[in-house]
Write a protein that binds this ligand. Structure first.
Ligand code: C2E
Ligand code: MG
Ligand code: MG
Length: 580
């Protein structure tokens, strides 16, 4: 609750009269001061309250004898000696609640408020309820923590701005910000420190705004800013300038704050096109923000459609992965996983691509983050699984013995949180692929809880003959403990270690450690991202049995894979399924 929500700020200085003051003297005071609606009566420390309306009533009635009755009597006889009396720091919400629980005839009396320095004041019920209404109206549009506009209000204002700007030929620029390292701050310094960082960011953004611009907190550590770009002005430049200004505001240091708690941000910017709706504009800026984050954070990226500089190009990204699934725009490429000793193809990994109608073939890095945020990953994974199983069955028919023995399919963390075992069982039954030919790759970004919760479903699949592999080992949070709690069959060493292993002793040590560990546990090891013969031979020396990487084969469409496998078979009948 902010200071503005305290009743002390609503109080008016009160007129205090002594308890012994005769009523007729108070009557002349009221007559002289028409603005005075209540007075406080003091009897030592005790405070009473006289409301003007009730006083007037006493003095005039009953039957006109009131004055006669009360004139000489002290005001103490007419005062209410148990008014609602509260400290100035009481919130408007709490004070209103107290008033509302009073008996009906006293419900609209003033509150007596103790202010700083021993002063007392009063707050009228009308004023208090007004403040309460304003506060609730404000809350509906404001974010509690930062005081910035909230998501709903931001979208409202953005909708109005887009309509208005469209009519004038202006455009609207949106900057989408996500704080870098917020999870680390929360984890290592606690949520209070995290909240303080978000509040600071809110203030910094607010200070950086120009007239007409609006900053909002969309939720969590996401912020957005909108600005209008005048007709004829270079819109992309203006959007980038807006993004850079936000970035600068957030990364400004003033020495007062703990440097460890000082945030940076990833910023994506987008500008409205001819037919763009506000939601699209925000998701474009969001996607651009993801690219900024993937590129290391603390930078600004312009939305893809805008970059191309085409009129109305924002429509290009106005599609979701769910629509891509429905429209049949997803494709699978397959990358061979090869035995290091003879280079024969043991398995193929299914890697998804999006054949976008206007943007061409998009790699997963371009659309998986957005799909994850939109909650579309389970649908995507289901599609990939079905396609991959069906493709392997089709390859069997075409290649017979030379078909790959297994297909590796990636599962995302959101999929693991659902009933994926049912999906797998049904897909295997529908496509006719035996369970023993499917290998599921578990993502390194799944947290331990997700993996633990998925345990029984994974065990069910294992019992049916499906193999499990931990993907990108060493890269993320995949916990070694998990290796011993579930009957995993293999691990894939992340390509970051493979690519560094020849010149960085630490990377080399990690590759060796993971290989030894896996062998100790009886697991299959696959090294990912092998890009050179030197890497391959070092991996062979360390005892790595399987490898995958551009040096061996790039991911390729199904027909290219089939051709490769068929061709290699003819050329080298004894080392079937060779990639190179
Ligand atoms: P991943 O599962 O670790 O897949 C391996 C990635 O490394 C692929 O990137 C592959 O093209 C790339 N790669 C293979 N060899 C080399 C190499 O020698 N050098 C380099 N630099 N890269 C190499 P891709 O296809 O872009 O996929 C990226 C990630 O997206 C995948 O990493 C996986 O996490 C995710 N992904 C891809 N397809 C799917 C899918 O169907 N479902 C789910 N849930 N995730 C997927
Ligand atoms: Mg994988
Ligand atoms: Mg991997």
């Amino acid at each position: 609750m902010t200071i503005a929500g305290e009743i002390g700020t609503l109080a008016r200085a009160a007129l205090v009269v002594e308890a012994g003051t005769p009523c007729e003297s108070l009557e002349s005071t009221f007559r002289a001061r028409s603005d005075l609606m209540a007075v406080i009566v003091a009897d030592g420390d005790r405070l009473g309250l006289i409301m003007r309306g009730r006083f007037d009533q006493a003095m005039s009635g009953p039957m006109g004898y009131g004055r006669l009755l009360w004139r000489q009597r002290p005001v103490s006889a007419i005062a209410d000696w148990s008014p609602v009396r509260l400290p100035g720091a009481t919130t408007v919400v709490a004070a209103s609640h107290l008033l509302r629980t009073r008996p009906a005839e006293r419900r609209y009396d003033d509150l007596v408020v103790d202010l700083d320095g021993g002063r007392v004041g009063t707050v009228s019920a009308a004023h208090l309820f007004d403040a309460l209404a304003t506060q609730f109206a404000d809350r509906a549009v404001r974010d509690d923590l930062t005081g910035l506009a909230n998501r709903a209000h931001f979208l409202d204002v953005l909708t109005a701005a887009c309509t208005d700007a469209g009519a004038d030929g202006d455009r609207v620029a949106v900057a989408f910000l996500d704080i870098d390292g917020m999870k680390r701050i929360n984890d290592s310094h606690g949520h209070q420190a995290g909240d303080a960082v978000l509040t600071l960011v809110g203030r910094q953004l607010c200070d950086a705004m120009r007239p007409g611009e609006i900053a909002a907190r969309l939720g969590g550590d996401e912020f957005a800013v909108l600005a209008r770009v005048r007709r004829g002005a270079p819109a992309e430049e203006a959007a980038l300038e807006l993004g850079r200004r936000c970035l600068l505001a957030i990364s400004a240091r003033d020495g007062r704050h703990d440097p460890d708690l000082h945030p940076y941000a990833s910023v994506g910017v987008a500008v409205s096109g001819n037919r763009s709706d506000p939601q699209t504009l925000v998701s474009e800026a969001d996607m651009a923000m993801y690219r900024a984050k993937q590129a290391g954070g603390n930078q600004v990226e312009l939305a893809v459609g805008v970059e191309a500089g085409l009129a109305g190009d924002v429509d290009l990204v106005d599609r979701t992965v769910a629509q891509a699934v429905e429209q049949g725009e997803l494709r699978l490429h397959y990358q061979p996983i090869v035995r290091v000793n003879d280079r024969s193809v043991a398995s193929v990994e299914a890697l998804v691509r999006w054949q976008h109608p206007t943007m061409g073939l998009l790699p997963p890095g371009r659309f998986l983050p957005g799909a994850r945020r939109a909650g579309h990953l389970p649908a995507l994974d289901r599609w990939v699984l079905r396609r991959a199983c069906a493709d392997l069955v089709a390859m069997d028919e075409e290649l017979g013995e030379q078909s790959p023995k297994w297909v590796n399919v990636n599962l995302s963390a959101p999929t693991l949180a659902g009933p994926f075992d049912e999906t797998v069982v049904r897909t295997l039954a529908d496509t006719g692929l035996p369970a023993s030919r499917l290998r599921l790759e578990l993502p390194e970004d799944a947290d331990l809880q997700t993996l633990a919760d998925a345990g029984p479903r994974l065990e069910r699949l294992i019992s049916l003959g499906v193999w499990l592999t931990l993907d990108d080992m060493g890269a993320g949070s995949t916990n070694l403990r998990y290796l011993s709690t579930l009957s995993i069959h293999g691990i894939k060493i992340d390509r970051a270690f493979v690519s560094g292993m020849l010149h960085n002793p630490r990377d080399h040590a990690v590759v060796k450690l993971l290989t030894d560990l896996a062998h100790g546990l009886g697991l299959r090891v696959t090294a990912e991202g092998v890009e050179s013969a030197a890497q391959l031979s070092e991996l062979a020396r360390l005892g790595v049995v399987h490898a995958q990487g551009y040096h061996l084969a790039h991911p390729m469409p199904l027909n290219a894979l089939t051709t490769l496998l068929a061709g290699e078979t003819k050329a080298r009948p004894h080392t079937a399924r060779t990639a190179r």
